[in-house]
Design a protein around this ligand. Structure first.
Ligand SMILES: C[S@@+](CC[C@H](N)C(=O)[O-])C[C@H]1O[C@@H](n2cnc3c(N)ncnc32)[C@H](O)[C@@H]1O
Length: 321
């Protein structure tokens, strides 16, 4: 595996954010969970930076686990790699007999490897089978979504997950085309989108197929639904003093993370109480004001860092029993 294929995004910032939780002395070695192992860039840095920590790393992509397994082999049993979707975190920790953890990292989205593997269909810039499943052992492909979903459902997906204003126009063209012949490859979809869009829409923001591809990918992998369950589950898995860092690359994911963190950091007392009882006190402290962005230098060196938004929280209180 080429180690230069994926440059971990905002790496030092993520390490610094998690450090106080992973360096604090405790009766047991600290546990850090990388929910999105990918090619193991962040994971390897976590193992190197926090020599007493144990790493549990999840990925739904078996190929990512295989490649990272080789990369992290020198760390022996300090690293446990698990094939799982990250909303399964509570079950994974249960199986491993780990009640609470000190650090959790999410680096959302697809990996460079997934984008670069031309046969997986994530990239609109290259012709490939329209697959887009991060876990190729289960679920339905992007082609099946495109060929079988009712038009109204496709419009909803393109609008909600792709923020595509021309969703109706694109879906009408898709439906016309799929009746002639089902979609199998990405190039035909890209071409169709180009033809379907008015000139004015083509002039705004990059490849006109980008939003449709994002929407299909989110649908195929159930990305937002899974994330919506995973962030609260991660908060629940944190020991007091534990920290979570999340890197999001598109506004829908970032919004969701922001909402869960903000809700956890607010007190939930009815207005007007002179003293806020413990059960209404916030469970979380925000570690970022708004979202942190990569520096210009990082973006200049790694274009894939450009859309990154980093948010972090610290657990400051147990749940009320
Ligand atoms: C951006 S990459 C992570 C890159 C990694 N931080 C590195 O430095 O190499 C995201 C990874 O998360 C995985 N992933 C995305 N959604 C997931 C989910 N719901 N559950 C588990 N893994 C997921 C993808 O398969 C991909 O390998």
């Amino acid at each position: 595996m080429s180690q230069t294929r994926h440059v971990p995004v905002m790496l030092q910032r993520c390490l610094d954010m998690l450090a106080p939780a992973l360096e604090a002395p405790g009766p047991q070695p600290p546990v850090v969970v990388d929910c999105t192992l990918g090619l193991g860039g962040h994971s390897e840095a976590l193992l190197a930076a926090f020599p007493t920590a144990r790493l549990i790393a999840l990925d739904r992509d078996k190929e990512a686990l295989r490649l990272s397994g080789e990369r992290l082999a020198p760390y022996g049993d300090r690293a446990t790699l698990v094939h799982a979707v990250y909303d399964e975190l509570p079950e994974v920790l249960d199986r491993l007999g780990v009640p609470k953890v000190q650090g959790i990292l999410f680096d959302l989205g697809v990996s460079s490897m997934q984008l670069d593997e031309s046969d997986r269909g994530f990239a609109y810039a290259r012709d490939a089978p329209l697959d887009m499943r991060m876990d190729q052992t289960t679920g339905i492909s992007a082609a099946e979504v495109l060929n079988t979903y009712p038009p109204g459902e496709l419009v909803r997906i393109l609008r909600a997950y792709g923020e595509e204003k021309q969703a109706k126009r694109i879906v009408s063209a898709v439906v016309r085309e799929r009746e002639k012949e089902p979609f199998t490859n990405s190039a035909r979809l890209v071409e169709l989108i180009r033809e379907a869009l008015p000139q004015a829409a083509m002039r705004t923001g990059g490849n006109p197929a980008k939003r449709t591809f994002q929407a299909l990918r989110i649908e195929v992998n159930g990305e937002l639904t899974v994330l919506e369950r995973a962030i609260p589950a991660a908060v629940s898995a944190l020991a007091v003093g534990g920290r979570i860092a999340v890197l999001a690359y598109q506004s829908l994911e970032d919004r969701l993370v922001k909402q869960v963190f903000a809700a956890g950091a607010a007190n939930t007392a009815p207005p007007g109480l002179p003293v806020v009882p413990e059960r209404y006190q916030p469970r979380l402290k925000l570690l970022t004001r708004g979202a942190e962005l990569p520096t210009e230098e990082e973006v200049a060196e790694n274009r894939r860092a450009a859309p990154a938004r980093l948010r972090g929280v610290q657990r400051i209180r147990e749940d009320e029993r």
